[in-house]
Design a protein around this ligand. Structure first.
Ligand SMILES: Nc1ncnc2c1ncn2[C@@H]1O[C@H](COP(=O)(O)OP(=O)(O)O)[C@@H](O)[C@H]1O
Ligand SMILES: [Mg+2]
Length: 445
């Protein structure tokens, strides 16, 4: 061995055609991590996640806390495969590898991890972790000597500039399923739990979120921010404050109220001024300020829903067990609308979160009916080439056929509280628990 390999590109070119995982580990992985900005003492091989060993974990040195020595607070995980494992997006081995990475990311010793990478040196994909949520941060990229430097530079750019917020669009093509109620109460409970949260009323025709909090409508400033290059959304923020018994002060979250102008203008005028990425781009600065940004979307697949879903990392889909349309619409969003948006975005987001049942009492026979409907939906989707199982029954495995779907119960005080202009979770202990459960089920680790 005479030649010393110095660049990542050379390392890639030095790999044999059918490089096995140990070969990629030896000849490629450390070059890759170096190109991502990590020194050798910042990289731990065979890191114990608490649920199996991941090939590499990495974290920059903080003061005299050197990751290789302290093994504490990993920042990024790298799961390597050999070239015999096909990591192109449609392959079964790809799904399996993503699943494996997710398991590591959620493992007990990885609470501080924010990024995960899978690669076999031919394909590479970056995933982001925010609380419990894992979503793609790049598409699954095909890599070669020509593009590897730019691909890795783009990944480095992302991991060195993480955005703080998880952006959640609350969407179902069906009205009355609890989108607005979910947005308000999830915002309020996350605030209560110490998170900094922004709620956006992006259903200007109904304006329900704004009115349920007793806030004034916006009179054109949201439209202006979305359409004028030099106007930012910051000027449209309105705080919602809930006083607590002394001396603990108050709870506070921010709201972008519904904009009257977005209702008044005819759709063709809106379409000529707004672009699919208008909201996404204008949230750029706000994504550094909040832990969560929740967007309440209207019940259709028109301009506002499309902008809301485009702006999101993940889509939360409320349904009703006894409303077939709400279940079919969820399937439609997952098969068609969300992939349409993914194809327009460079990072492969947003992804749908599993559906939940909102606000209807359910007897065992009713549950059986709902499950039959879901079985039909899953069968139809399968014929069309979609696997919707993870979005309806996220806990289902071959070993354990778990049909669990999360439920927010029907509860009169949730509906009533809109009249008091106070989120139900601030007025009522049961409502508080129901939405805390929702926050924990989906978001908090
Ligand atoms: N868990 C619940 N328990 C009782 N009522 C609810 C619940 N969730 C929603 N509602 C009520 O159902 C109606 C529709 O909810 P809403 O959030 O406005 O739906 P959407 O925004 O999808 O149209 C509202 O009157 C709301 O108060
Ligand atoms: Mg609504």
């Amino acid at each position: 061995m005479s030649m010393t390999i110095t660049s990542l590109r050379e390392a890639l070119q030095s790999l044999p055609e059918s490089a096995s995982e140990p070969v990629i580990n030896d000849l490629f992985a450390s070059h890759l991590l170096r190109a991502l900005g990590f020194q050798s003492e910042e990289i731990h091989p065979e890191y114990n996640t608490g649920d199996g060993a991941v090939d590499k974990a990495a974290r920059k040195t903080i003061g005299d806390d050197v990751f290789l020595h302290t093994k504490s607070n990993p920042y990024l995980l790298l799961e390597l495969k050999g070239r015999d494992i096909n990591l192109s997006e449609d392959a079964a081995q790809y799904q399996k590898t993503v699943h494996q990475l997710k398991r590591y990311l959620l493992a007990p010793n990885c609470k501080t991890v924010q990024w995960g990478i899978i690669t076999n040196s031919c394909h590479i994909q970056l995933f982001r972790k925010h609380g419990k949520v894992i979503h793609p941060a790049t598409k699954c990229i095909s890599m070669d000597a020509d593009n590897i430097d730019s691909v890795i530079a783009a990944i480095r750019q992302k991991i060195e500039n993480p955005s703080k917020a998880l952006t959640i669009a609350v969407y179902n093509n069906k009205g009355g399923v609890g989108k607005t109620t979910t947005t308000v109460n999830l915002t309020a409970i996350l605030t209560f739990l110490g998170k900094k949260v922004l709620a956006i009323d992006f259903d200007p025709n109904q304006q329900d979120l704004t009115s349920s909090l007793g806030l004034p409508l916006s009179k054109g400033s949201v439209f202006e921010a979305l359409t004028e290059r030099n106007v930012e959304l910051q000027g449209t923020l309105h705080p919602y404050k809930f006083p607590l018994k002394k001396p603990s002060g108050e709870l506070r979250f921010d709201v972008i109220p519904a904009d009257q102008k977005l209702t008044d203008l005819p759709e063709h005028t809106l379409l000529s001024h707004l672009q699919t990425n208008s909201l996404y781009r204008k949230l750029e600065i706000l994504r550094q300020e909040y832990d969560y940004i929740l967007i309440d979307a209207p019940p259709n697949w028109r301009v506002f829903s499309q902008l809301a879903v485009y702006a999101a990392d993940v889509v939360l889909i409320p349904t009703k067990h006894n409303n077939l349309f709400s279940l079919e619409n969820a399937a439609m969003a997952i098969k068609k609308f969300i992939p349409e948006v993914q194809s327009k975005k460079a990072d492969g987001s947003p992804i749908p979160l599993p559906i939940f049942f909102n606000g209807e009492k359910m007897t065992p026979p009713q549950l059986a009916v709902a499950q039959q409907e879901i079985t039909n939906i899953l069968k139809t989707a399968k014929k069309e080439g979609f696997n919707l199982l993870p979005y309806f029954y996220p806990k289902y495995t071959n070993a354990k056929k778990d049909l669990h779907i999360h439920e927010v119960p029907s509860y009169a005080n949730i509906a009533n509280s809109a009249f008091s202009r106070i989120p139900a979770v601030y007025r009522d202990r049961s409502a508080h628990e129901y939405y805390k459960d929702l926050a924990q089920e989906y978001f908090l680790q």
